[in-house]
Design a protein around this ligand. Structure first.
Ligand code: UD1
Ligand code: CA
Length: 481
């Protein structure tokens, strides 16, 4: 039997999140390279629902914009001024077809570790159990603040009572409502119509649907999830860091199980969107973000931050910062390299220490080994860019592009003033300031010619000695003697 799919998922994200103490909406804070709401939408989408609704209110434009950018098929529902999770779901239901049938899942926008698999398991158990409501529950050492799951003598769930509304005896219960549910949609609609706001908080509680279903003689299941991290929400920045750390621990572990060697998991930060090939070694204090793909048998780090970077098999990237960069197979980068967008290093090429590159296509086997700025330049195969070379790409108004042909040698400490085309198999003399193009086979020298002046030192010292004899204190002036 294939896993049943939900008719819809409603993700609640209208809450204010005041405890974050932030100008940014709570659900727009990120862990593992994705915002909380992006994690929530991705988990919901992974169950392949017919409809996916996100309910917004607080900072609605920012949240709605990010959600639809990630997933254009998401329906955005606005919660009105009636507060509470029940009202939020009601507003979400208004976006769905009136004749919708089957299972509706409700999740939260601030529960980022929840997986599609856990939701799929919930739908499956809910369907197999022919339940009207399945509530995801967890046993917590400290259940303070959560809604408690009440059961009758037979162990059947009878109601959920909010902490603030609970009696001392009910507060002893350590099984909590995690806030994730599967509902029969018809039951959900009709029960919500009965829910009032007569409680301590004056809110329309979604949890009241449980007791209403029971009163109608319908079946309510508790769906216990052992992995409590998956049900934990973010309310403040301490929890944000805690869940961020756990998400990273899981991502790094998955990378290791997929074949990467991670020397120090505690200081290695990987976004869940990153892929790393087998036998690649990640050294300490390395962060790999975004849509980065690392090949097999690479050496990455230590102290390296890569964002949206593609690294070919067997390459080495050491003590490097790189964004939107391609590093070819077997190439070597670092230590202390800064690779900016548009840098493409060919197979077995080299970008060495204290080199900054930007929009630089450096072909296979070419080398930029030391102390160079290479901006807006195309370097041909096997070319060598000497130590200290600067590609001066900016004239104060516009950026210009230069080229260096294959197997050309640029001598150390040259300035290539763009735009300039240096052909293949050319030579640039060290210390040149190149402002004109150079043809194949030519040596370009663009610097003051050296002039050796015979006897100059002897004459100079004799003149100094004569001066010293005239002025007795001159020994104090620090001249060499
Ligand atoms: C709710 C549950 C509680 C459960 C807890 C788990 C109710 C009445 N209580 O508590 O039993 O143990 O979650 O975390 O449902 N939201 C809206 N609109 C609103 C209010 C909330 O969209 O008007 C969203 C929030 O953005 C958040 C989620 O619903 O994502 C939960 O809201 P929160 O206030 O944290 O939950 P509680 O009411 O404390
Ligand atoms: Ca909460």
């Amino acid at each position: 039997m294939s896993t049943p799919r939900p008719a819809a998922v409603i993700v609640l994200a209208a809450g204010e999140g005041t405890r974050m103490r932030s100008r940014l909406s709570k659900v727009l804070h990120t862990i593992g390279g994705r915002s909380l709401i992006e994690h929530a939408v991705a988990a919901a989408r992974g169950t392949h629902p017919d409809h996916l609704v996100v309910v917004v209110r607080h900072q609605r434009d920012g949240v709605a914009q990010q959600v639809t950018a990630l997933d254009p098929d998401v329906l955005v529902a606005d919660q009105d001024e009636v507060p509470g999770t029940g009202r939020a779901v009601e507003c979400g239901l208004q976006k769905l077809p009136d004749d919708l049938q089957g299972t509706v899942l409700v999740t939260y926008g601030d529960v980022p570790l929840l997986t599609s698999q856990t939701l799929a398991d919930l739908v499956e158990a809910h369907t197999v159990g022919a339940a009207a409501v399945s509530v995801v529950t967890a046993h917590l050492a400290d259940p303070t603040g959560y809604g408690r799951v009440l059961r009758d003598a037979d162990g059947a769930v009878t109601a959920i009572v909010e902490h603030k509304d609970a009696t001392d005896e009910q507060r002893q219960v350590d099984e909590v409502n995690s806030g994730l549910y599967a509902f029969d949609v018809a039951l959900l609609r009709s029960a919500l119509a009965e829910v009032g706001t007569d409680n301590v908080q004056g809110e329309k509680y979604l949890t009241d649907v449980v007791a209403i279903a029971r009163a109608r003689g319908l079946s309510v299941r508790a769906h216990l999830v052992a992995d409590v991290w998956q049900t934990e929400g973010v309310n403040d920045k301490v929890q944000l860091a805690r869940l961020g750390g756990e998400l990273n621990r899981r991502t790094v572990e998955a990378a290791m199980l997929a074949g990467a060697v991670v020397v120090d998991p505690a200081t290695t930060w990987l976004d869940s969107t990153v892929s790393i090939g087998e036998d690649t070694v990640i050294h300490p204090h390395t962060q790999i973000h975004g849509a980065s793909t690392i090949g097999t048998g690479c050496t990455i780090g230590p102290d390296t931050t890569l964002t949206d970077v593609e690294v070919g098999d067997g390459a080495s990237v050491v003590r490097t910062q790189a964004l939107l960069v391609v590093v070819g197979a077997g190439a070597s980068v670092g230590p202390f390299s800064y690779l900016r967008p548009g840098t493409e290093l060919g197979a077995h090429g080299k970008i060495g220490g204290f080199v900054e590159t930007k929009n630089a296509q450096i072909a296979a086997g070419a080398k930029v080994p030391h102390l160079t700025y290479a901006g807006d330049v195309t370097v041909g195969e096997g070319a060598n860019i000497g130590a200290g070379t600067i590609f001066a790409n900016y004239d104060g108004v516009d950026k210009h592009h230069s080229t260096v042909g294959a197997h050309t040698f640029v001598g150390s400490n040259s300035v290539i003033v763009a735009p300039v085309d240096i052909a293949e198999n050319a030579y640039i003399a060290a210390g040149s300031a190149i402002t004109e193009s150079v043809k194949t086979g030519e040596l370009a020298v663009a610097r003051g010619r050296q002039r050796n002046v015979e006897g100059w030192v002897t004459r100079r010292r004799a003149a100094d000695a004569a001066d010293a004899a005239d002025t007795p204190d001159s020994a104090d002036e620090g001249r060499p003697s």
